[in-house]
Design a protein around this ligand. Sequence first.
Ligand code: UDP
Ligand code: MG
Length: 315
Amino acid sequence: MKISFSIVVPMYNESSGIEAFFSRTLKVMDELGEPFEIICINDGSRDDTLERLRQIHGRDPRIKVIDLSRNFGKEIALTAGIDFASGEAVIPIDADLQDPPELIPRLVEKWREGYDVVYATRIERDGESFFKRWTARMFYRLIRRLTRIGIPGDTGDFRLMSRPVVEALKSLREQHRFMKGLFSWVGFRQVSVPYRREPRFAGKSNWNYWKLWNFALEGITSFSYVPLQIATYFGLLIAFFSFCYGLYLLVRTLLYGNPVPGYPSLMVVILFLGGVQLFTLGVVGEYIGRIYNESKRRPLYFVRQTMGNFLGHNT
Ligand code: UDP
Ligand code: MG
């Protein structure tokens, strides 16, 4: 039997909310009345998420489990799930019910109209601090400016993707996986559906600002060379002003002689250029690090065990 929908759920310490997630999601999916699978990726949870998934899989074989060998992070967990999905449409969703499963029928509806990617855009973010909302908004604005791909703001990973998009996505095997960027980068016909984002149902968010900051860096450096260019322009600008200053000193010395040994100007120039060089080196190093990482071509994850019959996985 052909599977219409693959729901892909990365799970990291989601034990407390798991029953609620499945009861709501199964209800929605049953109402759709088409064959589906729910692929849960246990991303190295430290609680009993895996045990619970094992039980749930026993009750309902449509719920399938991929147990990663350790915590790889959400982006990789999601990638694993998408690799194993066999549905005509693949729908990544968070386990914490912040992405309401009740929205899925509306995503499906748009897909039936012929769109390849139907992403859910939140119109409100309940239960999140003003500062988190603000940082998120600034981040999307920045990334839209810096990169040519239009990553929609206020959009998580909750979306529906058609088979061709999934295949395109599967061919991207880079190590630095900024999924939101990759989703947009593959292109295809995309459309958004608005919804209200709810506060986390149970458990706690794995986010903190340090992670968010790194996430932003990841997004920008994965898709943009602008930081590298900033360093170049900055360097050029400094060099230009140094040249002018040097010229001024030269002319002044020729006309009036040198009253004081040029200690201050020397120091200023040396320090400034040293700073610029370090800064530039830092940026270059960032990219070299990336080249290094990509060139290693490591597998993205190791699956320890799987439960269920993954039709979509061709090894
Ligand atoms: N998640 C994961 N691996 C991680 C961190 C999170 O698979 O290392 C999953 C988590 O279980 C949830 C989803 O990713 O299903 C979103 O996580 P979270 O709610 O912590 O992020 P937020 O909603 O704050 O963006
Ligand atoms: Mg969440």
